[in-house]
Write a protein that binds this ligand. Structure first.
Ligand SMILES: *Cc1c(COP(=O)(O)O)cnc(C)c1O
Length: 384
C-alpha cells in the first residue's frame, strides 16, 4: 500500500495536512526526474556540504581488535554530521514548491543548526522549535541558530523536550501550511517524509558502495547507530541488495527498564507517533515515555517505519549498547585513530568492539555519522 513499509508508516495526521503531504509528494516525484534540479542539488552537496566524504581504513584499531574497520566519514561534512544531506535536500524542495519559510523541531540542536544553516544559504525564513530543557542544555546551539538568522521558539509545555517541540512545530505547520515547509530531521513523520529523508541520506550508502568497490571489496558487515534512523537508512540503502550483513545499533542508555534507554526496536511496542505507525516506547497507560541516552541525538521514543519493516523482514539486525561502552569506544577511536566521534556514532564503534571476536577478519564498514566536538563537555564529565 502507498506510504507503507510492509504494515508500517502511513499518514496519521489531521485532515488539514493531507493536501500539504500530497503537494510535497508530487514535488518530490517531479524533483527526482528533473535532471537540472538533481544536478543543482548535487553541486550544493559537493561544493557546500563537502561530498563525497572519504572512507578511512583504521589500521591501528584493526590491528588491536582483529577486525578490518572502515569508516564512512560523514563527520567531515559542513556542520559536522550527516544531517546536512537531508536539510540541503529539503531546503531545495521547499524552494522547488515555491515556499519561502521552513520550520523544524530540534532536540539537542543539531538538526536546528543544520536547518538554520541551509535556510541562510537558500534565503529561506526559518523558525526552530526547541523545548526549554533542551534550549538550556544546548545554549551554544541556540546561539548558533540565532547567529544564522533563525528564530528560535522555546517550548515550555510538557516535558519541555523534543516531543513537545515536535507537537508545537506540527501546530505551526497546520496554521501556515500554504507558505511553510516542515523540514523533518529523520526518517520519521507521516509519509512521504520517511521516504524523502531516506532518499536524501541514501547518498551515503550509494557513495560508500562505489568507494568500497573502487578499493576492491564489498564489506561483510555495515553498522550504523539508530535514533530516528536516518543515517542508518542512508547507508543501508546502498547495500540492501547485496550479500552484506546490516546492523543497527540503538541507545541502550544505562539499563533495560523503561525510561533508562532509547532502544525502541528492542523494547518498543507498536503504535502511532508523529504521524506514522511503527515501534515506540510507551508505558502501560499508553503514555509515550521520556527516554534516555548519553547522546542527545539518539534520544527519541520512536523509530522510522522502514526500520520496523527491515526488522520484521529480518534484513537488518538491531541491537543496543550501553552508555559506558559508548564512552569507552569514544576514547578508543580518539587514541587509536585520532578521530573523536559523536557520541551517537560511537554506538556503532562500540558494537564492533563488543563483537570483535565474532567479527574477526571481517571487513566492517561503520557510518561515522558525526564528529564529537559538540559532545566534549559530556565526554569529559563522564570520563573523569
Ligand atoms: C542526529 C544524529 C544522529 C541520529 O539521527 P538518525 O536520524 O538516527 O541518524 C546520529 N548521529 C549524529 C552525529 C547525529 O547528529
Amino acid at each position: 500500500m502507498k506510504g507503507f513499509y510492509g504494515e508500517f508508516g502511513g499518514q496519521f495526521v489531521p485532515e488539514t495536512l493531507i493536501p500539504a503531504l500530497d503537494e510535497l509528494e508530487e514535488a518530490f516525484e517531479r524533483f527526482k526526474k528533473d535532471l537540472v534540479a538533481l544536478r543543482e542539488l548535487d553541486e550544493l552537496l559537493r561544493t557546500y556540504a563537502g561530498r563525497p566524504t572519504p572512507i578511512t581504513y583504521c589500521r591501528n584499531f584493526s590491528e588491536k581488535y582483529g577486525v578490518k574497520l572502515y569508516l564512512k566519514r560523514e563527520d567531515l561534512l559542513h556542520t559536522g554530521a550527516h544531517k546536512i544531506n537531508n536539510t540541503l535536500g529539503q531546503a531545495y524542495l521547499t524552494k522547488y514548491m515555491g515556499k519561502k519559510r521552513v520550520i523544524a523541531e530540534t532536540g539537542a540542536g543539531q538538526h536546528g543548526v543544520a536547518t538554520a544553516t541551509v535556510s541562510a544559504l537558500m534565503g529561506l525564513e526559518c523558525t526552530i522549535y526547541m523545548g526549554l530543557v533542551d534550549a538550556q542544555r544546548q545554549r551554544m546551539n541556540v546561539e548558533r541558530m540565532k547567529l544564522l538568522g533563525a528564530e528560535v521558539v522555546v517550548v515550555e509545555e510538557g516535558s519541555q523536550t523534543l516531543k513537545d517541540a515536535i507537537n508545537s512545530a506540527l501546530r505551526d505547520w497546520v496554521t501556515n501550511v500554504k507558505t511553510t515547509h516542515y523540514l523533518i530531521g529523520s526518517v520519521v513523520g507521516p509519509y512521504p517524509f520517511p521516504e524523502i529523508v531516506a532518499y536524501f541520506q541514501s547518498v551515503i550508502g550509494f557513495e560508500a558502495r562505489k568507494q568500497c568497490l573502487e578499493i576492491g571489496f564489498l564489506p561483510d558487515v555495515v553498522v550504523a547507530c539508530v535514533g530516528g534512523g536516518s543515517n542508518a537508512i542512508g547507508i543501508f540503502r546502498g547495500f540492501l541488495e547485496d550479500d552484506v550483513v546490516l546492523v543497527g545499533v540503538e541507545a541502550g542508555g544505562f539499563g533495560d527498564r523503561l525510561g533508562e534507554h532509547a532502544s525502541t526496536l528492542s523494547f518498543g511496542k507498536l503504535g502511532v507517533l508523529h504521524g506514522n505507525y511503527s515501534y515506540l516506547l510507551y508505558d502501560d497507560n499508553g503514555q509515550v515515555v521520556d527516554v534516555h541516552s548519553i547522546s542527545a541525538g539518539l534520544d527519541y521514543p520512536g523509530v522510522g517505519p522502514e526500520h520496523a519493516y527491515l526488522k520484521e523482514a529480518g534484513r537488518v539486525i538491531y541491537t543496543r549498547v550501553y552508555d559506558d561502552e559508548v564512552l569507552f569506544a569514544v576514547r578508543e577511536l580518539a587514541r587509536l585513530e585520532g578521530i573523536i566521534p559523536a557520541l551517537e556514532s560511537a554506538h556503532a564503534i562500540s558494537y564492533v568492539i563488543r563483537e570483535s571476536e565474532n567479527l574477526r577478519g571481517k571487513r566492517v564498514l561503520v557510518n561515522l555519522s558525526g564528529r564529537g566536538d559538540k559532545d566534549l563537555s559530556i565526554i569529559l564529565g563522564r570520563l573523569s
